[in-house]
Design a protein around this ligand. Sequence first.
Ligand code: CA2
Length: 148
Amino acid sequence: MTAATTILLLNGPNLNLLGTREPDVYGYETLDDVEQLARAAAEAHGWSLESLQSNHEGVLIDAIHAAAGTAAAVVINAGAFTHTSVAIRDALAAVALPVVEVHLSNVHRREEFRHHSYISGVADAVIVGAGVDGYRLAVDHVASKLGR
Ligand code: CA2
């Protein structure tokens, strides 16, 4: 089997709106900006980046399944599905790839319902509150974990 050379970046519901609304919470950078910086970080470690944003839980789950055997790791901001989706957690556990969970905002400084994540229990690392930098930190962490 050849070594996986791709990092899968997943962004969940409403993150397509980044940079267009609520800049006080989510900043001014767009989803394109996020993808560009994550791609630059992945390429600096010799990987390519596959990026998908979806507002649909099943689409994210299908992408996680497809990552098995093709991706080296998954970086995921599941948006509000973080706090609701046992199904995304189960998909991540099933593929058994390194997972880094990212949140732009510091969810622990926000409403109580954002404090629990179904994903954290199957993630290798969780990065919250670092804004878009969190995505770069996530890719760098995966590289360090995989000895890249
Ligand atoms: O802080 C994060 O990255 C979140 O995952 C963002 C989710 C939220 O439900 C989580 O609790 C924390 C919401 C994403 C919505 O993104 C928007 C971006 C711009 C404007 C409106 C929504």
